[in-house]
Write a protein that binds this ligand. Structure first.
Ligand SMILES: [Mg+2]
Length: 218
């Protein structure tokens, strides 16, 4: 699928790529609406409906990914609520094996995530995957999400990498499109970001099931 001789930097998304998206989907679709319903003494379905309308207004903006914003907006401590379900945070299969193989073949491993630093740190505390990454970038550091061309410009100013010799793996096609527009040569999607959801098909980009599909790396 890939010619590893043409790749020396790998950019990796976190949620739905290195980690199971089930945690995030469960949190935003079930846990938060349940707590919001308790707070406002309304039915969970009504809470879900109200929340989705508010989420939709902010989609693709940096606020959509910002726990500080949603804590203030909803009057709930989002980081504390996430900790209540932190047992659902898990790596996707073969992640450690893949990251180790990249490291032992001296490839640069860079995490690029739209997750706020609060969420990023919680996930690193639970999984320890930062031991297998060289650099960790939250798009909140640049105040623009990954789907913005400005994100890619700022990333290239901070980190030295050759887009033509770079692979980017992300479960969201909008992110891959932004990377493609910037000139990243190798792009891969994830067919089943949430282990509890049905695998997807009809991708615009080549998709892998598990990281073992990309092994061995030479
Ligand atoms: Mg993702």
């Amino acid at each position: 699928m890939l010619d590893w001789n043409t790749i020396d930097t790998v950019l990796l998304d976190m949620d739905g790529t290195l980690l199971d998206l089930h945690f995030d989907n469960f949190f935003w679709q079930h846990h938060l609406p349940a707590r919001y319903a308790e707070l406002h003494k309304i039915e969970p379905e009504i809470a879900l409906d109200k929340l989705y309308k508010r989420f939709e207004e902010k989609r693709s903006s940096i606020e959509w990914y910002c726990t500080d914003f949603w804590s203030a907006e909803l009057g709930l401590d989002i980081p504390a609520l996430k900790k209540e379900v932190q047992h659902l945070i898990a790596e996707r299969p073969h992640v450690r094996q893949f990251l180790s193989a990249l490291g032992s073949t001296h490839r640069q491993r860079i995490l690029i995530t739209n997750a706020h630093r609060d969420s990023l740190n919680l996930k690193l505390d639970i999984t320890g995957i930062d031991d297998l990454l060289d650099t960790l970038i939250s798009s909140h550091d640049y105040s623009v999400p990954k789907e913005s061309p400005l994100f890619w410009q700022r990333l290239s100013e901070q980190i030295h990498f050759d887009p033509k010799r770079t692979l980017f793996i992300d479960d969201t096609e909008d992110m891959l499109s932004a990377a493609e527009d910037f000139g990243i040569a190798h792009l891969l999607c994830i067919s089943q970001p949430d282990s509890k959801a049905t695998p997807r098909s009809d991708f615009k980009y080549p998709a892998i099931e598990h990281f073992s599909d990309l092994l061995p790396i030479n």
